[in-house]
Design a protein around this ligand. Sequence first.
Ligand SMILES: [Zn+2]
Length: 495
Amino acid sequence: MTDEKLLQKLSEYERKRFAYTHASGIMYYDGDTVAPPGSYLVRGDTMGELAMLSYKLSTGKRFEDMLGELIARKENFDAVTKRKIELLKRDYDEIKNVPAREYADYARLLVESMNAWREAKKNNSFETFLPFLTRVFETVKRFARYMAPDSDPYDTMLDRYEKGLTVKACDGFFGKLRARLVPLAAEIAPRYENVDDSAFRGCYPAALQREFSEYLMGVMGLDRERCIIGETEHPFTTNFSKYDVRITTHYYEDSPVSSMYSVIHEGGHALYELGVGDDITLGICGGGVSMAIHESQSRFYENIIGRSREFTAMILPYLRKQFAPRLDGVTPEEFWRVVTVVKPSLIRTEADEVTYALHVMVRYELEKQIVAGNLKVKDLPGEWNRLYREYLGVDVPRDSEGVLQDMHWADGNVGYFPSYAIGSAYGAQFLREMQKDIDVWGGVSKGDLTEINGWLCDRIWKYGQLRDPGELFESICGPLDPDVFIDYLAGRYGV
Ligand SMILES: [Zn+2]
């Protein structure tokens, strides 16, 4: 076979792989937004079949022959193809020892488990979710052993979301954060005890909030030809290439601020996906490179930009007009204080910038202990509540506001949570570098994020998966340093 023929085979493989991912992604998005609840059983079967097709495509004899040839001739190809070969080999090594049947069963289990979680959360009933969650933890642990028999299973899980991340690195990172964050939160929180947010409570009709979402997406520079917004219980972003990115939000009619920050957060994820280079978006190197880099973008927009004095002052006139006359008497400073309140609380997604990482630490400790076999899944609620008291000083009144609040474990995402805190820390270091090059706050004050988007696109978005996350980050900022993140927080709150 000539090199040319081999490359042709590779691109045929990429087209099929893209099609399967595209199809299952659309079903996932549909299932979480508009599909009727009863559809989950049938969807589970279809997702299982699609997972099976994907598995066969990326493990069968034809694939193995192609990969073997590609590896043997790697030196003949350009840098992008070399990277594709590297990523394919990595994926193959991960998946090759997982039996096909178990792979398909797992896809079905996740659909059932997500359904059980939704019901359990609604009914505040951890017991009904327990059998599903137990099976999910057992399966991800078994898969981690298949993938890397000689490694610590939790290291393998962390590595899947953030290449190169280990328990040791996480322990160091979180240890440093905790030491400075807990006293910082304790120092700042009392200043916000008397914040009056009553103007932002009451009736904010969903219809008006939908228009507000459109406005925010416009400010962020999201291309509406390629990005839409839907509604769901738990906001997320899904992408099928830079040509189709879907964000979601949830409207609470008594609080416009909740959806506002969901839209900005998910909009940050979407910008990243929309900015991937044209030449790589449909192939193996398309899409964001890791969860932590992804969260560094979403949390950068949500917090660093979205909760800045400049941003809140810039959008207040629109809010006053859109929701007139409720906000007529609100000053920029009052608005800023409402959206930057620091208060230890129960719900991670609603947490402030300072205490957020403590919520993540609770989940990190718990999943680490479960995977190590030191904690039983049935004992999760008790441990959850204990750690919330220890790290955040709050009592959890019921599991729906405690251990049942997040979808991640139900969806098999064990090893994902640390990405949120690491992403926040990445974001602070990106800001530090960005400020050396452009007038960040001047742009935000004018409602013009073009320069910021351009800076991020040039250094991060356009590369898709061409570089590993650690390498990409260090090429821009040098080593990860949690102190930069804490210093940024201290600066924002004038401590
Ligand atoms: Zn996110």
